[in-house]
Write a protein of this length. Structure first.
Length: 82
């Protein structure tokens, strides 16, 4: 079971991953997953017909979906106080 991150760790992870994605790093979610997750937003932006051919390009949204599906390739090492 993955460790639960604090809100600060989550923010740092998402920010770092979004930067990687914006610089061209490979994605760990598919176009279909992005399209399905953000369909409502795509329909609002492009209309019903056009939304079926597009997907979200926002790096932060992509990083968030990767995080929510436990496929983000970043983690925080816990520091021991021993």
């Amino acid at each position: 079971m993955p460790r639960v991150h604090t809100r600060f760790e989550k923010a740092r992870i998402l920010g770092a991953r979004a930067l990687q994605i914006s610089m061209g790093a490979p994605l760990y979610v598919t176009e279909d997953e992005l399209r399905e997750k953000f369909m409502h937003e795509l329909v609002q932006l492009y209309g019903t017909h056009e939304a079926k051919m597009r997907f979200v390009l926002d790096p932060l949204k992509i990083a968030t979906l990767e995080y929510e599906t436990d496929r983000i390739p970043i983690d925080v090492d816990a520091v021991s106080d021993d």
